[in-house]
Design a protein around this ligand. Structure first.
Ligand code: HEC
Length: 167
């Protein structure tokens, strides 16, 4: 039952990310290769975290959560200026830190919850970055309802998961 629930969550999160990135396709071609490479690294590490969660390998979760935390302090991460981007970064760091802590405590439920929250902070920041780009190019944003639907579904599930952990 528990495994089934996590599998479903992982599928939802993946679907949400895929939808978000499809829309990013055009803008990302303008990115210098070094920054693009750096940004893609985040995906490798978050996939490794998911692997750690599914295999209950806390070292794998910890190593990759720490790597993501360290990356968020690097110069290349600061690709966008402004307080809003800094807030998204801080939010991401909080969730990645919670993930590392959960791995340290060998708590699978807390790690899963922190992973979903961290993933949502990836998506939130990307939405912000894309929004800025669209505004700069003066093109209309994609339908809010479309881009938000998978997140709403994930949110509902996170609520359920939180309740079951707190029980
Ligand atoms: C604080 C903001 C922020 C957070 C949080 C964030 N990203 Fe990004 N991400 C960016 C920016 C900025 C770009 C570059 C977008 C552009 O200008 O093309 C980017 C681009 C990417 C790309 C596209 C790279 C390419 O091929 O062009 C991937 C993949 C990515 N991020 C993965 C992730 C993952 C996975 C997470 C969470 C674990 C994450 N990001 C969290 C800001 C963020």
């Amino acid at each position: 039952m528990r495994q089934y629930r996590f599998g479903w969550l992982a599928a939802l999160v993946t679907a949400g990310l895929a939808m978000g990135w499809a829309a990013e396709d055009k803008a990302r071609r303008a990115q210098p290769p070094a920054i693009r490479e750096f940004m893609r690294e985040k995906l490798n590490h978050s996939q490794a975290v998911l692997e750690g969660i599914t295999l209950e390998d806390y070292d794998l979760i910890l190593v990759n959560a720490r790597k993501l935390l360290a990356m968020s302090q690097e110069g290349m991460w600061q690709a966008v200026e402004g307080t809003e981007y800094a807030e998204h970064s801080a939010n991401f760091r909080r969730n990645a830190a919670a993930l590392a802590k959960a791995a340290n405590l060998a708590s699978l439920d807390s790690a899963t919850l922190a992973y979903v929250r961290m993933t949502m902070s990836c998506v939130e920041c990307h939405k912000y970055v894309r929004g800025r780009k669209s505004a700069a190019l003066n093109t209309p944003l994609p339908s809010q309802a479309d881009s938000v639907a998978p997140l709403v579904a994930v949110n509902a599930d996170v609520g359920e998961l939180s309740k079951s952990i707190e029980r």
